[in-house]
Write a protein that binds this ligand. Structure first.
Ligand SMILES: [Zn+2]
Length: 317
C-alpha cells in the first residue's frame, strides 16, 4: 500500500478518508510578512484557520490537502499546529507558486538544481521540520508559460520523476494554460496520471476540459464560491455534464478557500468578501453545492469517488 506524507508523518492512503483536495489555512507573501510584520495579525490568522479546520471536520472531512508553496505562505509548523488542534490530517507540498517572478537565487539555478530543492523537501522535510512534502506544486496563470514558469514546471517534473511524487499544477483556463502545462510534463516523461490540473473548474468550456482530460490528467473543480472566475450555477452545470460523461473518477471538488489572505489590504478584502465572493468559504460545498448537485442527479457513489477514491488515486499514484 502506498504511503502519503502528512504533517504528522506518513499514513497509508486508505487512512486519508474524506478529503478536501485544495484549501489554504493561511496565505501570504513570505517576504512581505518578514519585512513588514505590522501588516499581519497572528491572532486573527490563527482564529480564522482553526475555526475553518473545526468546521470542515464537522462536515466529516478527515484530510485537507494544503497546496501552499513558496510565495503563498507555506509554514509547516503552522499547518502542524492546525492539524494538532483540530485532529485533521494535513498534507503539504513542495514547490513554487509564481506566475513569472523568480528571485535571483532561483534565476541562477537550472531546472535540475531547482528539482534538487524539491527532492530535498520530499526526502528530508520542509523548513527543517522533518515534515515531508507529499506532492509538488507549480503554477501558470495570465502571463502563460513564460521561461521562468516553464523552468519551474520542468523542475517539478524532474522532481516527480526522481521521487514518484504527484504534481499539482495551478492553471488558468481563460488563458488556456492546462494543455500547455501537460505538454511540458509529457516532454519531461511524467506519467499524466500523476498530474492534477488545478482550477480547471474555472471554465465551463466542455471542449477545453475534455481536451485536457484526454491528456490523462486529473482536474480540480476546486474553486467553488469564487464567483468572479465562474459563478456557482455554471460550475454546477459543468460538473453535472462531466459526471454525465463519466468523468467522476478524474475530478476533485474543493473551494481553494484561504482562511486569511494578504492579496489586498484588509478593508478591501472585507469589501470583496461581502460583494464579490459572498459564498466563498471552506464549507460552502457542504452547505449549498453538494445538496444541489445531489438534487440534480449526482449520486453518493460519484461524490465518494471524488472526495475519497480520487485523493487516494492521485496522492498514492
Ligand atoms: Zn490554491
Amino acid at each position: 500500500m502506498a504511503a502519503v506524507e502528512t504533517v504528522n508523518g506518513p499514513i497509508d492512503v486508505e487512512e486519508l478518508g474524506r478529503t478536501l483536495i485544495h484549501e489554504h489555512f493561511r496565505t501570504h507573501d513570505e517576504a512581505m510578512r518578514f519585512q513588514f510584520p505590522h501588516l499581519y495579525d497572528d491572532e486573527h490568522e490563527w482564529n480564522a484557520a482553526i475555526s475553518d479546520a473545526h468546521a470542515v471536520k464537522g462536515h466529516g472531512i478527515a484530510t485537507v490537502v494544503e497546496p501552499s508553496a513558496m510565495y503563498l505562505h507555506r509554514d509547516a509548523g503552522f499547518s502542524k499546529r492546525v492539524a494538532g488542534e483540530s485532529g485533521l490530517q494535513i498534507v503539504l507540498a513542495t514547490g513554487i507558486y509564481t506566475y513569472d517572478h523568480l528571485p535571483q537565487a532561483l534565476l541562477s539555478r537550472n531546472e535540475d538544481q531547482l528539482a534538487d530543492i524539491f527532492v530535498h523537501e520530499i526526502e528530508n522535510g520542509i523548513q527543517g521540520t522533518g515534515i515531508k512534502a507529499a506532492f509538488i506544486k507549480c503554477a501558470a496563470d495570465e502571463p502563460g508559460l513564460t521561461p521562468n514558469v516553464e523552468k519551474v514546471h520542468r523542475a517539478a517534473a524532474r522532481a516527480s520523476n526522481r521521487t514518484g511524487k504527484p504534481i499539482m499544477a495551478h492553471s488558468r483556463p481563460a488563458s488556456g494554460t492546462g494543455p500547455e502545462q501537460m505538454q511540458i510534463f509529457k516532454e519531461e516523461g511524467v506519467d499524466p496520471a500523476k498530474v492534477q490540473v488545478a482550477h480547471t473548474g474555472d471554465s465551463d468550456d466542455l471542449d477545453y476540459i475534455e481536451r485536457l482530460l484526454e491528456t490523462g490528467c486529473w482536474i480540480g473543480m476546486d474553486r467553488y464560491g469564487i464567483d468572479i472566475y465562474l459563478p456557482t450555477d455554471r460550475r454546477n452545470a459543468t460538473m453535472l455534464a462531466l459526471l454525465e460523461r463519466g468523468y467522476a473518477d478524474r475530478m476533485f471538488i474543493s473551494q481553494d478557500f484561504c482562511s486569511t489572505i494578504d492579496w489586498f489590504p484588509r478593508e478591501i478584502q472585507e469589501y470583496l468578501k461581502a460583494n464579490e465572493v459572498p459564498d466563498w468559504s471552506m464549507t460552502f460545498i457542504f452547505e449549498k453545492v453538494i445538496p444541489e448537485l445531489k438534487e440534480r442527479g449526482m449520486t453518493d457513489a460519484q461524490l465518494d469517488q471524488m472526495m475519497v477514491e480520487n485523493p487516494k488515486g492521485w496522492l498514492g499514484s
